[in-house]
Write a protein that binds this ligand. Structure first.
Ligand code: FAD
Length: 291
């Protein structure tokens, strides 16, 4: 099922992100965790494409299982920067053949080994080219793109970042999902700026529950997100106790989500990191809020 209608409706939605296994031998355990999350019947689930070291070959299989076995719409991520046109076109075709109707079109991070290459020789330099490729495929997909409330780390300034974002949306994105952020005011200010720039598609805030002290360093390294003092105080006080940090991280994420809904945001995406406990607790905290 395409996500377009749901994302434009007045109902609140809550979705979860999972990632494929890092090794073949961890496939079963990852799949079991994903199934536990799917059993909670979120509004949809996204499956990353190789992000964080996951192997991209399982993205499609996991997304198909979520769709077929649990009747939960899935969103398959696809990156383009390290691929050639034939491989990307084939993957688009495979996603469609698997019955998946939603693609998150991403550039992907540029691998260290490719940083000094002549980029004019690459098949793809930016996600906008992938969005066009998917639209030109003739298949009727709902297409998502990534956006960055605290600007993309490679951007020279916010204005330029938003200009390129507008170009990506105009090429055919039906919605945007944000990078994680820990201060909702950053999101509200970003939304104001992109609406002013004429970007009108639904924007789904991405919320990352930080449930252990170590995770925060990695999250900040990857995203460059600002960590508010209020949250840092929690990590300083409870970061060394896994049980306490789990409670605090979920409480903080729940608080962010409730504030987003209260401020008129209809759709929220949770970076659940293949952790069914996190997904269960968040759903349970919001059971009467979502209805
Ligand atoms: P782009 O939209 O291409 O933007 C990248 C940079 O290029 C920005 O600075 C932008 O301003 C600039 N730019 C854009 N268009 C142009 C243009 N025409 N000319 C010049 N500059 C331009 N990574 C994975 O590997 N797998 C995943 O599954 C994955 N999922 C993600 C999901 C979300 C919601 C987010 C926020 C990120 C995800 N990532 C994933 C990480 C993402 O691939 C990286 O952040 C990557 O560096 C940028 O991808 P993008 O699609 O935003 O790129």
């Amino acid at each position: 099922m395409k996500l377009t209608k749901m994302l434009n409706s007045d109902r609140l939605s809550l979705s979860f992100e999972v990632f494929p296994p890092k090794t073949d031998s961890s496939f079963e355990s990852v799949r079991n965790a994903v199934f536990e999350i799917a059993e909670l019947k979120p509004s949809f689930m996204s499956v990353t494409y190789g992000a964080g070291g996951g192997t991209s070959k399982y993205t499609l299989q996991i997304a198909k299982d979520i769709n077929d076995r649990f009747n939960v719409p899935s969103l398959a991520h696809l990156t383009c920067v390290s691929s050639d046109k034939t491989a990307v076109k084939k993957q688009i075709e495979n996603i469609h053949s698997a019955g998946i109707r939603n693609i998150m079109a991403l550039r992907g991070d540029i691998p260290e080994s490719k940083r000094d290459e002549d980029r004019s020789l690459w098949a793809y330099n930016h996600a906008v080219e992938l969005v066009r490729e998917i639209r030109d495929s003739g298949y009727d997909f709902c297409i998502g793109g990534a956006c960055y409330p605290e600007i993309h780390p490679e951007s020279k300034d916010r204005k330029t970042d938003i200009l390129y974002l507008k170009e990506k949306v105009d090429a055919g994105c039906d919605f945007l999902t944000t990078q994680m952020f820990f201060d909702n005011n950053l999101l509200y200010s970003f939304l104001y700026k992109i609406r002013e720039a004429g970007i009108t598609v639904p924007v789904i805030p991405g919320i990352m529950p930080i449930t252990n002290g170590k995770q925060i360093k990695r999250a900040v390294q990857l995203s460059g997100s600002h960590i508010p003092q209020r949250f840092m105080a929690l990590v300083d006080m409870f970061g060394s106790s896994p049980e306490a940090m789990l409670q605090c991280g979920i409480a903080y994420a729940t608080d962010q989500i409730i504030d987003l809904y209260a401020n008129g945001i209809k759709n929220v995406h949770v970076y659940s990191m293949n952790n069914p406990i996190v997904a269960q607790k968040i759903i349970s905290n919001l059971s009467s809020v979502i209805g």
